[in-house]
Design a protein around this ligand. Structure first.
Ligand SMILES: C[S@@+](CC[C@H](N)C(=O)[O-])C[C@H]1O[C@@H](n2cnc3c(N)ncnc32)[C@H](O)[C@@H]1O
Length: 332
C-alpha cells in the first residue's frame, strides 16, 4: 500500500509510480526513482546486463559465493536450527542459486523467502526453483522492501539470514543507505545475520564500461523508465529524443546514470494531466551505483547499528560480500 492519493490538476494521483514520477519530474534538477526500472521489460533487460562481460559484478559475486558457500553455511547453520533465508531484491536469484544448491545438498534446514518489488521476476524465480529444487520450501513476497519484510515478520517466526546481494545497497545515496539499514536493523533480532554485497572503488574505466556497454543494454534499461511512463501513465515521451549518460566520480565513488534531452521539448503525461518541459542538454537523474572501500563499509555498518563480522573478496578485489550482525551498541 502506498501513501494517500493526492489531487493535482484535478486528477487523483493514486499510484506510487504516478506520484513519484510527478514529484521527480517537477523537481529541480529532475530525477526518477530507480526502483521503477523493474517491470517485466526492465527485468529482461537487467538479466541481459548481468550476462555482459562488461558488467563484472555478476562474475565477482558468483565467485565469492562459490568459494565461500561452505563458510557461509557454517555461519548460518547455528547448531542446525532452521532459519529463514530472506532475500531483499532477489531478482532472478541466479547467484543465490549457488547457495540454495549447496544448502539443499547439505540438508541444511532452511526456508527461502525472496522479496522483490517486481512480482514478474518473483513468479519466474518461483517456477525456476520448483523445477530445480523440488521439495525446497519457497515463499515469495512482492512489494517494497519494508512492506514485504513487515508482512513476512508477521507471518513467519524464526531466525533470519538476510541476503542483500548485487550491490543493490549502492542504489541508495549515503544518507538514504544509513536510514535504510537502520530500518532494517530495527526489523532484525540479535541472532539474525545480514549478508550485504558492495561494489568496490576501482579503475574508473572499468566502472564506466559496466554502465555503458557497447551493445546498448544499459542505455535501453535506463530509457525503459520513459517507456514505462508511456505504457502506464499515458506518457508521450519520444524516447529517441533522450540519451543515456553514465558518469563516475572516483573521489566519491559515485557512479550515476542520467537521461539527457537532445532537444528543447515538452512532454505530456496523460495520467498526471501535466506537460513537462525539457531544455536541450537537461538531465533526469535516474540511478546511483555507489562504489565503496573498506573504511566506507565499516562506517556505514557503525552508523546503522551493525558490526562487520567478516568480509569476503573476489580474486580481483572488485567486489565484497560482508557478513553483518546487530551491534551491541545502540544506534546513534
Ligand atoms: C540490482 S538488482 C539485483 C538483483 C539480485 N539481487 C542480484 O544480485 O542479481 C535489484 C533488485 O531489487 C529489486 N528492487 C529494487 N527496488 C526495490 C524496492 N524498493 N523493494 C523491493 N525490491 C526492489 C529490483 O526489482 C531488482 O530485482
Amino acid at each position: 500500500m502506498g501513501q494517500q492519493p493526492f489531487v493535482k490538476n484535478n486528477i487523483e494521483i493514486a499510484s506510487d509510480f504516478a506520484r513519484d514520477t510527478f514529484q521527480g519530474l517537477s523537481a529541480v534538477p529532475k530525477y526518477l526513482k530507480s526502483k521503477y526500472f523493474y517491470d517485466s521489460e526492465g527485468d529482461k533487460l537487467f538479466q541481459k546486463i548481468m550476462a555482459l562481460n562488461e558488467y563484472y559484478l555478476t562474475d565477482c559475486e558468483s565467485e565469492i559465493l562459490n568459494h565461500q558457500k561452505d563458510e557461509l553455511m557454517n555461519f548460518f547453520r547455528d547448531s542446525n536450527t532452521p532459519f529463514l533465508l530472506t532475500e531483499l531484491g532477489a531478482g532472478d536469484g541466479q547467484k543465490t542459486e549457488i547457495l540454495l544448491h549447496h544448502f539443499f545438498n547439505e540438508s541444511v534446514h532452511f526456508q527461502y523467502l525472496p522479496i522483490d518489488i517486481s512480482s514478474n521476476v518473483l513468479n519466474l524465480l518461483e517456477s525456476k526453483l520448483s523445477a530445480d529444487f523440488p521439495g525446497l520450501k519457497v515463499k515469495t513476497y512482492a512489494g517494497d522492501y519494508f512492506q514485504a519484510l513487515d508482512r513476512l515478520n508477521k507471518e513467519e517466526n524464526g531466525r533470519k539470514v538476510l541476503l542483500f546481494l548485487g550491490s543493490t545497497i549502492g542504489n541508495f545515496e549515503h544518507r538514504e543507505a544509513v536510514k535504510f539499514l537502520q530500518s532494517l536493523n530495527k526489523r532484525m533480532d540479535d541472532h539474525d545475520q545480514l549478508i550485504i554485497g558492495f561494489d568496490l572503488k576501482k579503475d574508473p574505466n572499468v566502472i564506466l564500461r559496466a554502465y555503458n556497454d557497447p551493445s546498448g543494454f544499459t542505455a535501453k534499461f535506463n530509457l525503459n523508465l520513459l517507456h514505462r511512463i508511456n505504457r502506464e501513465l499515458e506518457g508521450e515521451f519520444v524516447t529517441d529524443n533522450f540519451y543515456h549518460q553514465p558518469t563516475y566520480d572516483p573521489s566519491t565513488g559515485e557512479a550515476k546514470s542520467f537521461l539527457v534531452s537532445k532537444i528543447d521539448q515538452n512532454v505530456h503525461i496523460g495520467k498526471l494531466n501535466t506537460t513537462f518541459g525539457f531544455k536541450r542538454g537537461e538531465s533526469i537523474f535516474t540511478e546511483i551505483s555507489q562504489k565503496y572501500d573498506e573504511v566506507m563499509i565499516h562506517n556505514l555498518a557503525e552508523k546503522s547499528g551493525f558490526q562487520v563480522k567478516q568480509i569476503f573478496y573476489d580474486s580481483k578485489k572488485y567486489f565484497v560480500d560482508s557478513l553483518w550482525q546487530k551491534s551491541k551498541k545502540s544506534i546513534v
